[in-house]
Design a protein around this ligand. Structure first.
Ligand code: PLP
Length: 453
């Protein structure tokens, strides 16, 4: 019964990103089933999944072809590994597919089950590579404040959010966090966007020179920063970062875990913003999260340095029991086939334009400081004072109220502090975009009433 499910849940699980004591009192919202862009709780109440789960379900919550692909693979070979010269067909076919879909300099693939493991793997790959190349001092990373790269020890160190560091003793690897490229929040008074970009690029170059280019292995960033608050970069930022990475022989890592496979209305975020990484990290929409899977797609140069060393010492001593899992890779292949057949990237571009245009009306709302986004991802930052951009104090209280009003109105969104994030499934229709925007309008009005009271 629903009561016993709730009872078991609240007494046994420690939930990620949850106030455990409040959760014990309140209990979870138990989501029971999905259909298209909607999910339903145990009472039958319908919600638009305005965040596609965790920014990840491209094809919606009821795609039977993914179930069928999983079942067929379960019947044929439910599990095998790819260690020690073994392979299986879905992992081979998916690697070929990913190399075909990504820019031509990316020719090799490594599998993990999550974005966090993938970013930890990238750190270790570049450490391994630089050891192999006889430059063991080239080990540091540059990342950005408010960047999100996961929560394992290395990826959590690259993440630039205090909540992922505080009380966890992170960062635990050598990393320098440079300024988040969000013009609205981090520009100085009177600074143009071009000057802001130039200042941030100079900051990066200063960090490189201060640390020494021969100590820096990689620069990692999300093309459009998502989980930290949906912040598109200013024009020229990424080409500038790419030029610095080339100048100082630093590997450029695009964390495409949210951006990848059409989210911005382009194949990848790096393609959208016009730069070419040495390493691309993908997950989430890779399988629409029906199965846990991540894939790192990387250059032949990195592969060669690693491969030569494995030949010398006999092994690349890194990999997971579930690396390239046959059911997960089979589901990814089917998911990517659906994205192509149904032109979901094109749909994201078209529906994204509709959504961004419709959301722009809320720029005039008394609570809204900025409306921003690209394609089918958007953020509305709520502020105490529009003219001065003064945030609410404490940050997050108003955002949390809006998040909860969302549940009342049948709209699941995410509040990142006081920024309301939307990231709906790529299958969304024009009518559904307008329904999200209408529900969000009611949420904003309810929140404004709550703030005033
Ligand atoms: N990188 C980015 C850009 C992400 O948004 C996330 C998760 O939201 C991760 C990495 C971590 O992925 P996972 O939660 O699968 O470990």
């Amino acid at each position: 019964t629903s009561n016993s499910a709730q009872h078991v849940d609240i007494t046994t699980s420690l939930h990620p990103y949850t106030d455990a004591r409040r959760h014990e009192e309140k209990g979870p919202l138990i989501i029971d089933r999905g259909e298209g862009i909607y999910v339903y709780d145990q009472s039958g109440k319908q919600y638009i999944e305005g965040l596609a789960g965790l920014w990840s379900v491209a094809v919606g919550f009821s795609q039977p072809r993914l179930r069928d692909a999983a079942a067929a693979q379960m019947d044929r070979l439910p599990y095998y590994h790819i260690f020690a010269h073994k392979a299986h067909e879905p992992s081979i076919r998916l690697a070929e597919k990913l190399v075909e879909m990504t820019p031509e300099n990316l020719t090799r693939v490594f599998y993990t089950s999550s974005g966090s493991e993938a970013n930890d793997t990238v750190v270790k790959m570049l450490w391994y590579m630089n050891n192999a190349l006889g430059r063991p001092e080239k080990k540091k990373f540059i990342a950005r404040t408010k960047g999100y790269h996961g929560i394992t020890v290395a990826s959590g160190s690259l993440t630039g959010l205090p909540g992922n560091h505080r009380d966890f003793d992170l960062p635990a690897i050598p990393v320098r966090h440079v300024t988040c490229p969000h013009y609205y929040r981090f520009a100085e008074a009177g600074e143009s966007e071009a000057d802001f970009t130039a200042r941030l690029l100079k900051e990066i170059e200063d960090v490189i020179l201060e640390e020494g280019a021969d100590t820096i292995a990689g620069f990692i960033g999300e093309p459009l920063m998502a989980a930290g608050g949906v912040m598109p970069p200013p024009a020229g930022y990424w080409p500038g970062v790419e030029a610095l990475c080339r100048k100082y022989d630093i590997k450029l890592i695009a964390d495409e875990v949210i951006n990848g496979f059409g989210r911005l209305g382009s194949s990848f975020g790096s393609v959208h913003y016009g730069f070419t990484p040495d390493i691309m990290v993908t997950s989430k929409q890779l399988t629409s999260s029906y199965m846990p899977l991540a894939a790192i797609i990387f250059s032949e140069e990195i592969y060669d340095a690693i491969a030569d060393n494995t030949h010398k010492i006999g092994t690349f001593g890194h990999g997971y029991t579930a690396s390239g899992h046959p059911v997960a890779t089979a589901v990814a292949l089917e998911n990517l086939a659906i994205i192509e057949e149904q032109d979901l990237m094109g749909n994201a571009a078209r529906m994204g334009e509709v959504m961004q245009k419709a959301l722009a009306q809320y720029a005039d709302h008394p609570l809204v400081g900025e409306v921003r986004g690209a394609g089918l991802i958007a953020g509305l930052e709520l502020v105490a004072d529009k003219a001065s951009k003064r945030p609410f104090d404490p940050i997050g209280k108003v955002g949390t109220a809006a998040f909860e009003f969302g549940h009342d109105e049948g709209l699941i969104l995410r509040n990142v502090g006081d920024t309301l994030a939307l990231c709906p499934p790529l299958i969304i229709t024009e009518e559904q975009v307008h329904e999200i925007v209408a529900r969000l309008g009611r949420v904003l009005d309810l929140t404004a009433g709550w703030v005033a009271a």
